[in-house]
Design a protein around this ligand. Sequence first.
Ligand code: CMC
Length: 374
Amino acid sequence: MSDEVKKGLLGIVVDETTISQVMPDINSLTYRGYAVQDLCEKCNFEEVAYLVLNGELPNKNQLKKFKNQIEKNRNISINLREIVKHMPKKSHPMDVARTIVSVLGLEDKETNDNSPKANMRKVIRIFAKTPTAIAAFFRARKSKKIIPPKKNLSFAENFFYMCFGKVPNKDIVKAFDVSLILYAEHSFNVSTFTARTITSSLSDIHGAITGAIASLKGPLHGGANEEVMHMMNKIKKPDNALKWINNALKKKEVVMGFGHRVYKKGDSRVPTMEKYFKKVSKINGDKKFIKIYDIVKSVMIERKNIHPNVDYPTGPTYHLMGFDTDFFTPIFVISRITGWSAHIIEQHAANKLIRPLSKYSGPDHRKVMLLNQR
Ligand code: CMC
């Protein structure tokens, strides 16, 4: 057995998956064989969520049934609403999000049933209730009245409604819907691998998703969309952008929203999200962020050959939609619950305990000295 260390599991293939892949010939992320950009133009988020979870796009009846199940499960318990209301207002919403899923696990009668059918029922509940609880915290921490979910609104519309009390125009909703589609799934990324690792000990779905949320929070993963916004706020205006990025590169800083472990020639989700970022900027009459965006991007590509990832356009898009910066990654969560869940179900179906090896580099064998001899 080789004892070569592959830090970060770089280049290691650990399992098979039928859920998604980055297809080299078309340099595109595909869900169950469909290119994401194709899905964004022809489907809404609910159809894509169904696809990720079930393997096929739904027909009209299947979609109707799926949407009904989600709508029926959107309400959260009084207990969870009170917990969210009493969370410290300064808590990071990602910490709140992982606590929400953990509490959902405490309340769920089927928590310890890992059968495929029970798991799918739990997925529907987690998928439907988590946005409600996250939106409740969005309002509660501003001491605003919590708005319960509304039936007959799409997943995206309902999230806007619960956060702001109204649904914006259809182009803004479409841009948000597209971001949810693009965030839904991405093979063995850190959070998904975390979820699969937790599942591999035959633990439950709520625990696996709670762990995945903690993993997504980090700025090298989902937390990057928030960091992009902090960066843009530091830059302040387009006139500062060139100097700022040149200085960051001189200091060898990591520029958030750029680079990717898998994509080295550009993230296939970026052109689609960029198109909708530009639409939202136009609707808002904002030119500042798009100008900063373009300057930083062109310097990163020209000087470093490092391309933006999907978090680069989603950050300013969510800002222009009115979301607080620390809510950007929780939005990622409400979408990625679909991908994580599909992977958890796949892992359960052909489980093998995930337990890699390490190369020991600590002290040599030594004898324990009694306390009074140390
Ligand atoms: N800014 C500056 N330099 C970079 C960046 C960046 N964003 N990304 C990579 N590099 C450089 C890095 O310094 C290294 O240079 P050198 O070989 O001279 O040491 C080289 O490119 C290879 O980078 P790496 O960090 O070894 O590559 P990795 O595959 O381990 O890391 C990454 C991938 C995403 C962690 C990294 O690109 C990064 O830290 N990016 C910024 C955070 C970010 O935007 N994360 C979101 C990832 S995608 C969507 C998601 O998961 O949410």
